[in-house]
Unconditional design. Sequence first.
Length: 365
Amino acid sequence: MFRTAIDLFSRIFVGGLFIFSGLIKLNDPIGTKIKLEEYFEVFSSDFGSFFEWFIPLALPLGMFLIVLEVVLGVALLINYKMQVTTKILLGLMIFFTFLTFYSAYFNKVTDCGCFGDAIPLTPWQSFYKDVILMVFILHLFWYRSKYEAVFRTLPSNVIVGITTVVCLILGKYAIDHLPFIDFRPYKIADSIQLNMIAQESPKVEYTFIKNGEEVTSTNFLKADDGYKYVSSRVVNEKASTPKITDYQVIGVDGQDYTQKTFEGYKLLLVIYTADANTKYINEIKQLVDNTTAESMILTSSAEEAFENFRHEHQLAVPFYFTDATVLKAMIRSSPGILLLKNGIVLDKWHYNDVPTSEEINQIIG
């Protein structure tokens, strides 16, 4: 009876967590692509340059892992081919547990991306999460031959097949448009300017030793009174850290134009680099020429390369420089379009969904 309860809990816990994690990442496959590129860059530096070969494969590899994660979760819930399912699960967990430990111990990647941008985890939190999961997966693996399928073979195959197809469709849609739910601090209705300000001032708690006993205080106690300083920590770190810390817009003249993006209506064209997709560049040009909002291009490209890009496509819009990581957080599209009013994001569009000038002017009113 006890083992039966552990079996059921393990299947529901691991399967449910895998499905949840996979669906969160399925919401934003481009985010998973960016995270994998970050890992490959770290590995190419630490283990060998051949990892650079995987960078162009980050998106298809990311989609494969996302779909596999959801399918494995569903397979666990219905006891689908447990001999194979548990072996794949164990292999994945061994790899990801090593990955999270390596990231945590050597401080390589500050967020594993396990739950996308919805639930950021520190490297050590990710590692502990994987260790807990490993315990239950080892249990499932050990008793893998004892499980009987919940459904017959045909219904089970149909369930797994439908899950795979639905995941692929949802992932492709999110790639070709934008995430269904935006968890980043540049989402619609957010004020970029306000997100650059902390909600609270830092509150520091100090630890001292006096007469062999540990004493904590929000004030820095004097050594003259017998207090020996030990350590300090910020007790409201999350609230005292702005959601956005790295948004900055620099002009070709080297001046800071960040504040300019918060003044009035701004149509921001986010173009990561000069090799951006140009399929709908003519629609973007028409939009820029006919909208009443002031247009600005934000890019992380080198000045000469982007100047050539601008002239090649006759894009008569002034461009400014912004960090590549910031641009990718602002919108999962290059080119991507954001409409701002006094720093508040009114709307945003993927390059596959370029709005007309009439739509923009209607929003502006």
